[in-house]
Design a protein around this ligand. Structure first.
Ligand code: ADP
Ligand code: MG
Length: 701
């Protein structure tokens, strides 16, 4: 017999209760940590005679008329007289109880935006209440809420939560040698200050991010995040994984596989590639699952590092899987890895969602028997039906595009001995330091901070759409020199159909113009996400072989495509792209020895000029080609939300702390977390529970 869960409701929940639950406001502490969005000043009454058009004010007066108008849109019209002037209050939706509260003769206080006009003063949908009792003496908090959850109800619930919540100190201020000025105020004092502002406290004070109340909240939040990430990391340390060691005492087998691979490469590893490979090898040799992020700018040569790791895994008698977010990218990896590893006797299998049943069945059999040493594909590789014989290393390219759920699925592919596979994630979007310290604190990070020699820098130009003809001339010039060109059109999810017309129109226009310019036999190709996989493959093959001069595409080429002869990239509607995305795209050129260029073509649409954010982004692209600097500016311009991509779906974003502005607080929380876990594990557990409740599980993925 299992007892029912303690929180099982004995009576059905009311509407507002359900809404509270939806907002995640379940425990008293959740309510207490639900902070006001803003404050309203209900301490003063404005005389209608003094109110100015557009001002948000509180007025008080007697209702002199109240009627429901049924002609046109049904509405409630109320006239309020305060002795200096009258004002009409209009409601388009209203309950009978509200109508009653606004009956003629009632004295009420209403709050809203005053509109002047020929018809006299008006307020649309003001909030109102009976004018009883004295005016409040302090500012009134307004909480973020949802449908079916009135402010007044929520406010009572929050104050109730504040009363009942356990706010005992969880941060060991004295026992640990961390200087934390942010703890000048206790949590209780901070919350009381913000939920129940004192009469003399000004709005600016309540909203001052440097106020001790906010500093305390931000620090607590950051500390909870640091603790949970560190905990996840330590829990992982307790898991088992196969030890993938390089064995040298088998002279009949010759040099170890990864050394054979190195010997066969047409280039030497850069110092950075050597360093990160060693870091990875050290991890693989441990009986604990690796959880490492390999970051390196586009073109820095991550693939070969992945291949070396795969070689070590395979030489140790285990299987390795490599996944990429798109089929095109996966296919590129597949070709490259076959080229490198099959001559050395490695058997490679290819697996995607678009395969025919028979082919797929055969591949699955190869994977299950262990005959396939290396499996390359899209995320089809981690579907339930794919059973490995002894998977020991999973490599995920462009990890930020993989969701938390997919990573969990991967980790459930245990080996026979109940061991977890090692995990290597790769990304060309370098994670800014503050993000690495917070959201990715549970990962070990290796960084390739050096490009292979012999690359020529890319010249970036920003031009207006009005100069399209010049841009096309430039394309002709490149083609005449035997070079190849990318033309990228944006893809916005909501209007994929529209974008397709963009891409197809551009394709038609370029085919026409460039053929006219004498490029006999020149091919202009089109690539977009709606095309069948086989067609995409054919187009990519033509472009890779050099038979196709221009590739018009939506952002499907964003990652991974490697055609060294391509020397010009034109990005249409560059203003619509994010900074990191532009950087990724630009990385497709400048891969060979030829001078390369990237043209960011913008359109202002109907606006007279480009918006500030877009302008800033394009300027950043011209000013720097350093992926880290670009990532830092991206974080500044957009905030961490978008940056985190998939991760945000699982991990609650920080509510109060700002990673850029509060970096010093983050640094302190990061130093305190390990001390606290070691010396005060109970406090640490209470602190995490307070802030993350049931959400901590997600952070481990
Ligand atoms: P990314 O890090 O963007 O995935 P790739 O692994 O695709 O970069 O490498 C980009 C190109 O550089 C490839 O053609 C690859 O073969 C080449 N490359 C990688 N390492 C080196 C090196 N050490 N010296 C010269 N070329 C290299
Ligand atoms: Mg790559």
């Amino acid at each position: 017999m299992t007892p029912p869960p303690a929180h099982a409701p004995s009576t059905p929940l009311s509407g507002p209760q359900k809404a509270l639950q939806k907002l995640g406001l379940l425990r008293p502490i959740d309510l207490a940590l639900h902070l006001p969005l803003r404050y309203e000043d209900e301490t003063r009454i404005t005389r209608l005679g003094d109110a100015r058009d557009g001002e948000v004010v509180q007025i008080e007066g007697v209702v002199t008329s109240c009627e429901v108008r049924v002609r046109g849109q049904r509405q409630l019209l109320v006239t309020l007289d305060d002795g200096s002037e009258t004002c009409q209050l209009r409601f388009f939706s209203f309950y009978p109880s509200q109508q009653k509260a606004l009956a003629v003769g009632q004295r009420i206080r209403a709050r809203g935006e005053i509109k002047g006009g020929f018809g006299g003063l008006q307020m649309m949908h003001p909030t109102f209440k009976a004018a009883t009792g004295a005016l409040p003496t302090a500012l009134t908090p307004v909480y973020p809420t949802a449908a079916a959850l009135p402010q007044a109800y929520l406010r009572r619930a929050v104050l109730g939560g504040l009363e009942r919540a356990d706010l005992a100190e969880t941060v060991p201020i004295d026992s640990l040698a961390v200087d934390v000025r942010a703890l000048a105020w206790s949590l209780r004092k901070a919350l009381t200050f913000l939920h129940l502002p004192a009469p003399d406290v000004a709005l600016a004070t309540l909203q001052d991010p440097n106020h001790p109340a906010w500093q305390r909240l931000k620090f607590e939040e950051l500390l909870a995040q640091q603790l949970s990430q560190l905990q996840a990391k330590r829990e992982r340390e307790r898991l088992r994984a196969p030890e993938l060691r390089v064995l040298r005492e088998q002279p009949q087998a010759g040099a170890p596989l990864h050394e054979q691979l190195l010997g066969a490469l047409p280039f030497r590893l850069t110092a950075a590639q050597r360093r990160v490979s060693e870091e990875i090898m050290r991890d693989l040799a441990r009986p604990v699952p690796m959880h490492r992020l390999l970051q390196g700018d586009v073109g820095s040569g991550k693939t070969v590092v992945a291949a070396l790791a795969a070689a070590i895994c395979i030489a140790a008698g285990h299987q390795c899987a490599l996944m990429a977010p798109t089929e095109i990218l996966a296919e590129q990896h597949f070709r490259k890895l076959i080229g490198w590893l099959e001559p050395l006797g490695v058997k490679t299998a290819w697996l995607t969602g678009s395969q025919k049943t028979k082919e797929r069945r055969e591949t699955l059999a190869l994977i299950a028997s262990g005959e396939a040493n290396l499996v390359v594909g899209t995320h089809a590789v981690i579907q339930d039906k794919v059973a490995f014989r002894n998977l020991a290393l999973a490599i995920i390219d462009e990890q930020h595009r993989f969701g938390v759920a997919q990573r969990l699925a991967l980790r459930s592919k245990l080996t026979e001995a109940e061991q977890e596979p090692h995990l290597l994630m790769m990304t060309a979007t370098p994670i800014p330091r503050t993000l690495a310290m917070s959201y990715y604190a549970d990962l070990d990070v290796s960084t390739i901070d050096e490009l292979p020699p012999g690359r020529t820098p890319i010249v970036t130009k920003v031009v207006s759409e009005a100069r399209r003809d010049e841009v096309i001339e430039r394309i002709s010039a490149q083609l005449a020199q035997g070079r190849q060109v990318y033309w990228v059109c944006p893809l916005i999810e909501e209007s994929e159909a529209l974008d397709l017309t963009d891409a197809t129109q551009t394709h038609a226009q370029l085919s026409e113009t460039l053929r006219g310019a004498g490029g006999a036999g020149l091919q202009v190709g089109l690539l977009h996400s709606r095309m069948p996989a086989a067609e995409k493959k054919a187009v990519m093959a033509l472009f890779t072989s050099g038979a196709m001069g221009v590739l018009v595409s939506t952002t499907v080429i964003e990652v991974g495509v490697d055609v060294p002869n391509a020397s010009l990239m034109v990005i249409e509607h560059a203003e619509r792209f994010g900074l990191s995305q532009l950087h990724q795209l630009r990385g497709r050129v400048g891969r060979g020895a030829n001078a390369s260029a990237c043209v960011l073509m913008y359109s202002t649409g109907d606006a007279p000029r480009l918006g500030d954010t877009a302008r800033e982004r394009l300027k950043a692209m011209v000013e720097t080609s350093d992926g880290f600097e670009i990532a830092r500016r991206d974080l500044e311009i957009r905030g961490p939300g978008e940056f985190l991509g998939a991760r945000q779906s699982g991990a609650a974003l920080l509510r109060f702390a700002d990673l850029v502005a509060d970096a010093p607080l983050l640094e302190r929380a990061r130093r305190l977390a390990p001390l606290m876990l070691d010396q005060q594990p109970d406090l640490a557990a209470r602190h995490v529970a307070r802030w993350l409740g049931g959400k901590a599980q997600y952070l481990k993925a």
